[in-house]
Ligand binder design. Structure first.
Ligand code: NZQ
Ligand code: ZN
Length: 390
């Protein structure tokens, strides 16, 4: 078991009506003026923003609204938010939405407290302890940003999508009402399931041996997601299924599922280039295509790990041929993503052979010459994995 540091400062308010307590909980924390940050329309249409505004008003908390965050959030709106925070004297950032809104909020919360342009944090990755406190009302279980230390932001001008990790940007408060996810389009539910499952795969497959306390937690989350996935897809307003998935999405990415392991993250790196190439590509859909391709490319480093995963999660009976068992586990993974309605090839995402070279320079800028941990990958390996995914 490797050494690790782990902090998770988030207070969770989970269940029906959670969002109605936003004002009271923020008042308890001393919030005076919040930036109310949301997406392209779903939270306005559902009446959620009105309920949150009423909850803030009831406590006398001032608020300034900034909506319009797009999926694969972009730096321009982040800069607008930073400027609002500085001119309006904002002391909390309240994100209402999914990973995109929360990530945009995290970037704003950093930018509001520093002198330099916030994109520089994404370039230099320099530590920054000065961040406005963040609260979140989650509307889609997927990215796990409601408790994670990461933010991922696109810069269309540079054609990049880059991450920035910082424990100080972990949300202080997360309001999680599963009922808010009943309105999700099926595709977004499925992409969210894929993303959270991928967060477990990234942690399970690395160059560290067994870490049973972490691995068993991880495997139990994988099994839960597999079992609940058909329920949320066929019964979108099944509260218990939605609740299990919402809590799972947080547990998949807040950190516990990787403690004592190195983790890999090559596949997320490969996917982020797809979303940078075309911001219309949904993160989870890109992962559904890239993960099985990555698995096929690297499994020979440690087929026993794949065989173990296959027997634990998919109930595959060992055949005595570890290699065959590993390949069956990969087939099952692909079939699981396909069963959710996710794509299985880059072609389905309108990405072709000629696009591969366009993604390599930004992949190199984001990940360096060598990346991944289960198998150290070069840019040539990345090209080969993209080709396998075509
Ligand atoms: O913008 P609106 O109108 O709200 O619509 C959103 C958006 O179109 C819609 N939606 C959200 N909640 C809804 C809803 N529609 C109806 N009812 C609801 N209750 O869903 C669409 C997708 O939202 P988005 O926030 O983009 O989804 P997700 O949570 O999957 O976030 C994806 C982003 O998170 C990043 C991804 O790269 C991507 O940019 N990630 C962030 C991570 C982190 N911060 O730790 C880790 C992840 O690996 C990931 O990279
Ligand atoms: Zn992800």
């Amino acid at each position: 078991m490797e050494n690790f540091e782990f902090v998770s400062p988030t207070q969770f308010v989970f269940g029906r009506g959670a969002e109605l307590t936003v004002g009271r909980k923020l008042a308890e924390q001393g919030a005076k003026h919040v930036l109310l940050h949301f997406g392209g329309g779903s939270a306005v249409k559902s009446g959620l923003i009105d309920r949150i505004v009423a909850s803030l008003d009831a406590e006398g908390i001032a608020h300034t609204s900034l909506g319009g965050v797009r999926p694969n959030p972009e730096i321009t709106l982040v800069r607008e938010g930073v400027s609002l925070c500085k001119t309006e004297g904002i002391d909390w950032v309240l994100a209402v939405g999914g990973g995109s809104v929360i990530d945009s909020a995290k970037a704003i919360a950093n930018g509001a407290c520093i002198e330099e342009d916030v994109w520089e944090l994404f370039e230099t990755k320099r530590p920054n302890a000065s961040v406005l406190p963040i609260a979140v009302v989650l509307t889609i279980p997927a990215a796990g940003s409601e408790a994670s230390k990461n933010t991922v932001i696109s810069n269309d001008e540079l054609g990049m999508k880059s991450g920035y990790g910082n424990d100080f940007q972990r949300p202080k408060l997360a309001f999680m009402n599963p009922e808010l996810t009943f309105t999700l389009p099926e595709y977004q539910t499925a992409a969210g399931l894929t993303d959270m499952y991928a967060h477990l795969l990234e942690r399970f497959f690395d160059d560290v041996g067994a870490v049973p306390v972490t691995d068993n937690l991880n495997l139990s989350l994988m099994k839960t997601i597999r079992a609940e996935a058909p329920r949320v897809l066929t019964e979108p307003d099944n509260y218990d299924a939605r609740a299990n998935i919402m809590w799972a999405g947080m547990l998949c990415h807040q950190g516990y599922a990787g403690c004592g392991r190195h983790e890999d993250w090559a596949t997320h790196g490969l996917e982020h280039e797809l979303s940078a190439l075309n911001p219309a590509i949904t993160h989870g859909a890109g992962l559904a295509v890239m993960f099985p391709a990555w698995m096929e490319y690297v499994y020979a480093e440690n087929p026993a790990r794949f065989a173990f995963y296959g027997s634990e999660v998919f109930g595959l009976t060992p055949t005595g041929d570890i290699e065959a068992d590993a390949l069956s586990a990969i087939d099952e993974t692909r079939a699981f993503f396909a069963s959710l309605g996710m794509p299985t090839t880059l072609e389905e995402l309108d990405v072709c052979e000629e696009d591969i070279e366009k993604m390599i320079p930004t992949l190199r800028a984001n990940k360096g010459e060598a990346f991944g941990s289960f198998k150290k990958l070069t840019m040539d390996d990345a090209r080969a994995i993209y080709r396998l995914a075509l």
